[in-house]
Design a protein around this ligand. Sequence first.
Ligand code: R5P
Length: 314
Amino acid sequence: MYGGIKLFSGTSHPALAQEISDYLGVPLSGREIIKFPNENLFVQLHESVRGQDVFLIQTMCSPVSDNILELLIAIDCLRRDSAGRITVVVPYLAYARSDKKDQPRVPITARLLADMIQIAGADRYITVDLHAGQIQGFFSIPGDEITAFHILNEYFVQKNLEDAVIVTADLGFAKKGRNFAAKLQVPMAFVEKRRTGNDASSEVLTVIGDVEGKNVIIVDDEISTGGSIANTVRVVKEHGARDIYVSCSHPVLAPPAIERLRALPVKEIVTTNTLPIPPERMLPNIKVLSVGPLLAEVIRRVHEGRSVGELFNE
Ligand code: R5P
């Protein structure tokens, strides 16, 4: 239906784009992306995409607003050059926590972002572990939300920790945590936030389940400022945890995450490369697993019109 695969990348994550390109044996197509002195962005393709099946790789890391705008402008550019189909590959979708009006007079920015991607001209999207699966419904174009869960889980299967327990820092993440625990065939515990009054200092954390003397694996979707992880580590330690590991799909690592993580008694923080980690934000106990081959395989299947679910035995 469309021509061959064309791969383009924005400037956000060249290493991941290159990995996808190497896996598929499809070179990254040439383009120019520049920022003028007046801060306006400019994108130009070095070759025609007319009728082609184009995959545009851009994650939403820092500088987030620039990377989003670059994505939108690149989609527009591809559309105006008559691409046959445009699939945006966004390993990390920013603003995903702004998915409802949970206070008066606030926006739903995740919905706005989905609208902008569609209006710019994307025909499909591929993304990894959305903060909430319902965000899929903000898009009316078809898409594939894939999970890094199996990659992270397999790492811990290989580690074969004795007396392990999965802990989720957030009751909203309990179902995913339960799946993680089931695959490892280990029990689960939850950290629950309770308020005893109206001010922030009245928030107390309790552990539901047994972590005493156990190797704890805390699972979450992302580490942003590291506040949730720091609190969870502190409370499981107080309840007698032995070694502590952290697993998350998205290493956002916004300030002051690195200072917080450095100070924590955590053996290993296992994450993925949905976002690049700049060298100054890298820690010796951060282990990065690649989602590159998985994304490449999904791209291949989308191009060939084959099932993506089969990859996950769905
Ligand atoms: C919350 O709902 C998420 O699952 C993460 O726990 C949260 O985004 C982490 O944020 P931070 O690292 O800033 O505490």
